[in-house]
Design a binder for this molecule. Structure first.
Ligand code: FPP
Length: 280
């Protein structure tokens, strides 16, 4: 039986987070949560602050949510930190984002290691500034043998580019093995060549700041993910917001294209009745 002991260990008995955590079913947690962290700019604008302040506050939310997901015992957390489209932003803002990611890694790596978290990145990492790439690679290497939660950061990421990269790798592998003529691609082959190979698909995709868009994120992997959009801006996204998203997820009836157990039973009865009528 699973329990939320690690989470309760840091909560104050009777607090809002404690009461929310009590309503979560530990047996029905999502294995993998993916988050589109949006709204840093608006958070700053509402306070009359520069956008950089919004991103800085966003890093604090990242720390809190990583810790909470780890304590909930999730298998994986994927965070959308930088899309290929984000290069269109002013140079100073892009540079701030790189600086903040390096600061985050330097500050958090010891904690990530001691918590057994495995850090990975996905995206076209070759396009990152050298220093950022080197620090990311060092963190990936330092945590490569950790068996705990996977913290997967999407950086210079595009869902379409990921599919293009996967298909080109499949074609190139087949060419090198002299098997181009009888190349047959199925879903499993594509999944094995995505950046997320080996990870379960996200069960829950959270987007903050109210926008109802996928923004080129995990296009293949979210085929059956439950979507949760909240108006909360990313820097304000709290542990209570995360728990509320999970509670909402636990109320959903996930059918993966089939029927719910109840609908299946009713449908079986109705079919049996219909067949009975036809054969009378
Ligand atoms: C979207 O807000 C946020 C981003 C483009 C960057 C997300 C990055 C962080 C939270 C910090 C670093 C991440 C890690 C993993 C350490 P926006 O700027 O588009 O907000 P707006 O839509 O209100 O302008």
């Amino acid at each position: 039986m699973r329990s939320l002991t690690d989470l309760f260990a840091i909560l104050t008995p009777g607090s809002k987070d404690w009461r929310l955590a009590e309503t979560i079913d530990p047996e029905r947690l999502p294995a993998h949560i993916a988050i589109i962290m949006d709204g840093n700019g608006r958070w700053a604008r509402r306070r009359g602050l520069p956008r950089a302040a919004g991103h800085r506050a966003g890093v604090e939310a990242v720390r809190l949510i990583v810790e909470s997901c780890k304590r909930l015992g999730l298998k994986a957390l994927t965070l959308y930190a930088f899309s290929v489209e984000n290069w269109k932003r002013p140079r100073a803002e892009v540079d701030t984002l790189w600086r903040l990611m390096r600061v985050y890694l330097r500050r958090e790596l010891p904690e990530i290691i001691s918590n057994g978290i495995r850090f990975t990145c996905m995206g076209r990492l070759e396009g990152l500034p050298t220093q950022v790439r080197e620090e990311m690679e060092a963190a990936i290497e330092a945590t490569a043998h950790n068996q705990g939660m996977r913290l997967n950061v999407a950086i210079n990421y595009s869902g379409r580019a990921e599919l293009v990269d996967a298909i080109n790798t499949i074609i190139e592998d087949a060419r090198l093995k002299g098997r181009s003529r009888d190349l047959h691609i199925d879903e499993e082959t594509i999944a094995r060549h995505l950046y997320t190979a080996g990870l379960p698909d996200p069960d829950l995709l959270i987007r903050t700041s109210g926008e109802k868009r996928i923004s080129n994120f995990l296009l293949w992997q979210i085929a059956y993910a439950e979507l949760y959009v909240t108006d909360t801006l990313w820097p304000d996204f709290s542990r209570a917001d995360l728990l509320n998203a999970i509670l909402d997820f636990q109320k959903r009836d996930r059918r993966f294209g089939g029927l719910s157990i109840e609908a299946e039973r009713t449908s079986r009865e109705q079919w049996a009745e219909a067949v009975g009528t036809l054969t009378q």
